[in-house]
Design a protein around this ligand. Structure first.
Ligand code: AVJ
Length: 394
C-alpha cells in the first residue's frame, strides 16, 4: 500500500511528503494530518482509492508514533488527539471563553441559515430548484456529534417536508449520538450515518432522485491540513458532487492588522490555544497518555509543556510539547517485532503535534477554486473572527 510520510529536509528547513510503495497494489495516497508544508507534495500519477479492509488491519497508532517520533524534529499527527478522553477534552475546549471558533460559527449559522438556503436554491440555475420543488440532502464530513448542524437542518425543514442528512465520521459512537439527538429533536429529518475515514477514503454520498447535495465541512477541520492536502480533500469531495451541488466550508480567519481593529489580534488567537484553565494543555498532553495506554509507552506527560505559537509565514497556529529536561522514553509496541522504540529528548526539544491554518477570505476562494468550487458568499461576523463560505461545484 502506498504511504505518504513526512520527511524533514535539512536544506530548506521544512517538511515534505513522500509517497512510499510498501506493498504491491494500486498506488494510493494516504492523507495524514501532520505538519507537512510543501506545495505539490504528491506525484501527479497518484490516485485516491478506497481503503482495503485487509491492508487497513495494521496498527495505525503504532505506525503514526514510530513514523513521527523517529523524524527530526519529532512530530505526531493531530488525529491522535481524538481517543475517548481526548474527544471529551475537545468538547470542553469548544465551550471555553477563549475558544471563539465554535461559538462564532454557531452564531453565523443562526444568523444566515435562511440566506444560505436561498442562495443554494438560486445559484444552481435549475428550474426545479427555482420553483422550490426540489429536495436538498445534507452530507457532512467529520460530522462528530453534529452539535451545530441542527441549526441548518431545522432551517431546511421549514422549506421542504423531508430532509435526508448523511453524517460521515470515523467515530461510530459519535454518529450514534448524532442520529439519536437529531431524530429525537427534528422528526422530519432522516439520519443515514456512514462510518468512514474521509481523509483516507473517497466517501460515497447518496443522491435521492432529482436531489441536490449540500456538503458541510465545518468547524475549521480543514485547518489541520497543509494547503496541498486541503486541496486534495476538497478535490476528492468535489468528485462526488455534480455541478450545482454546494459546499459550506467553515474556516478560522487569520489576524489582519490592515482591517484596523476589525480583526482579531494575535493575542486573541493565541489565547484560544492557550486557555487559562489549561484544557488545551491537557488536550495536547493527552496524546502522550494515549501512547502510554495503547502502546505501553512510559511518557511522563507532566515532563512536557504545552506550547502554542503563531507562525505568520505559514499563517497557522502550531502546537508543540516541549521536553522539560533530558529524558528517555520507551515505546514497547511501536516497533513491531524489533523490540521497544527508545526515544531520547534533549532539554527544550519539542514534538510538533498540530497545525491549525488560518485563512483570509481571498485564500479561501483560491483554495476552493483549486478544487473546482466557485465561491458564492463568505459570511463573517463584524470582528472577522471566523468565516462560513458557501460555494458551488462547477
Ligand atoms: C478541531 C482542528 C478545528 O484547530 O482549533 C482545538 C483543534 N486544537 N484546540 C482547531 C484544536 C487545539 C481544532 N480543530
Amino acid at each position: 500500500m502506498g504511504l505518504v510520510r513526512q520527511v524533514y529536509n535539512y536544506q530548506n528547513n521544512s517538511y515534505f511528503l513522500k509517497l512510499f510503495r510498501t506493498a504491491p497494489g494500486p498506488r494510493r495516497i494516504q492523507l495524514r494530518n501532520h505538519p507537512a508544508q510543501h506545495e505539490s507534495p504528491v506525484p501527479p500519477t497518484a490516485t485516491l482509492a478506497p481503503e482495503s479492509p485487509q491492508l487497513a488491519a495494521t496498527h495505525p497508532v503504532a505506525d503514526a508514533a514510530r513514523l513521527g517520533l523517529t523524524s527530526t524534529p519529532k512530530t505526531l499527527p493531530p488525529w491522535l488527539f481524538y481517543d475517548a478522553p481526548g474527544s471529551r477534552l475537545f468538547e470542553q475546549i469548544t465551550t471555553l471563553p477563549e475558544y471563539y471558533l465554535t461559538r462564532t460559527e454557531r452564531e453565523l449559522f443562526t444568523a444566515h441559515a435562511d440566506e444560505i438556503f436561498d442562495l443554494v436554491s438560486s445559484s444552481t440555475g435549475n428550474q426545479q430548484l427555482a420553483t422550490g420543488n426540489f429536495a436538498l440532502t445534507i452530507a457532512e464530513l467529520g460530522a462528530g456529534t453534529a452539535s451545530k448542524t441542527g441549526i441548518l437542518l431545522r432551517a431546511l425543514t421549514q422549506r421542504q417536508p423531508h430532509v435526508l442528512y448523511q453524517p460521515i465520521d470515523i467515530s461510530p459512537t459519535a454518529l450514534d449520538e448524532a442520529r439519536a439527538q437529531i431524530e429525537l429533536t427534528i422528526p422530519s429529518v432522516t439520519v443515514r450515518p456512514r462510518t468512514a475515514n474521509y481523509i483516507t477514503e473517497t466517501v460515497r454520498i447518496e443522491r435521492p432522485p432529482h436531489a441536490r447535495i449540500l456538503a458541510l465541512y465545518i468547524g475549521s477541520s480543514i485547518g489541520n491540513f497543509s494547503p496541498a492536502e486541503a486541496r486534495l480533500v476538497l478535490a476528492r469531495l468535489r468528485s462526488e458532487l455534480a455541478p450545482g451541488d454546494a459546499l459550506l466550508l467553515g474556516t478560522d480567519l487569520a489576524p489582519n492588522p490592515a482591517l484596523n481593529g476589525h480583526s482579531k489580534s494575535i493575542a486573541t488567537l493565541l489565547a484560544a490555544y492557550n486557555d487559562a484553565q489549561g484544557v488545551t494543555a491537557a488536550f495536547n498532553r493527552n496524546i502522550l497518555s494515549r501512547l502510554n495506554r495503547e502502546l505501553g509507552a512510559d511518557f511522563r506527560p507532566d515532563r512536557f509543556i504545552h506550547r502554542a505559537l503563531w507562525n505568520p509565514t505559514h499563517s497557522r497556529i502550531e502546537m508543540h510539547l516541549e521536553s522539560l529536561s533530558a529524558q528517555t522514553v520507551r515505546i514497547p509496541a511501536a516497533n513491531g517485532v524489533a523490540g521497544a522504540l527508545i526515544l531520547h529528548f534533549a532539554p527544550g526539544e519539542t514534538i510538533h503535534t498540530e497545525n491549525s491554518y488560518k485563512f483570509t477570505p481571498a485564500a479561501i476562494s483560491t483554495l476552493l477554486a483549486s478544487a473546482r468550487f466557485t465561491t458564492i458568499r463568505t459570511f463573517t461576523n463584524p470582528h472577522n473572527l471566523f468565516a462560513v463560505t458557501l460555494a458551488t461545484a462547477v
